[in-house]
Design a protein. Sequence first.
Length: 273
Amino acid sequence: MPPLYSHSRLSCFENCPKQFHYRYVLKLPAESESIEAFLGKRVHEVLERLQQFADRGLVPSLAKVVSRFRVNWEERYDPSRVRIVRQENDDKFYLDIGERCLDRFYRQHYPFDADETLGLEQHVRFDLDAERGYRLRGIIDRLVRARDGAIEIHDYKTSQRIPSQKRLDADRQLALYQLAVAREYPERPFRLVWHYLVFGATRVSTRSAEQLERLRSDVMDLIGRIEREEEYPARPSPLCGWCEYGERCPASGRTRAASPAPPPSQPAQRSLL
Ligand code: SF4
């Protein structure tokens, strides 16, 4: 059975083939999780729950939403597993960011009835090329029917910067989701919508049929490259600090086996004797 690809699987290969090898070929369990990923998961799960209640006409208070976030955080936060790369910050710093994200989102969207939810954390799978067996999967944070009838693919981001509109207009992830659900909603205009929660900012983009076809073709080329890869070279970069295999990967500079610096009385050159 050919593997199911996803946007994160494709990005992983593009960023570092070695990380791809650890994660998807050797299937090594993650040794740690960045606090940014941990924060994103905690915010996503609370927003999903909030929308579930709101869609049933039971909008919880902001205090309850924030309290749920804190409880989930406390229950799941394991300092031995969650890694803080930016040492100038502590876990409280990230907890505060999460609370601010929820506070802003809640105040902007209350009472959450501006549109219709079609799916929450909706899993999608589709054939990119049935002949070659290239299949993709993904999870849409929220699928929406807007008041004007357009179908919107919403994505929640807890990142601390907003990409340029040019980058969003070339973004792959939500466009792939559009390919995945387009057949269910023929003749409907689509919008791709990002919520940059830290800033309370929303960004929107659309794709033409030609752009979607080009995307399909580019992704098939990329999958072809992945399937031909045999070496999986390491590609060290500042992202190594966030890599869950950093303590195993010799290219990261933070392997467990790395020798501590020798004391001054034993200069490093001694080991060459
Ligand atoms: S630590 Fe860096 S070079 Fe090594 S696998 Fe991770 S991202 Fe790649």
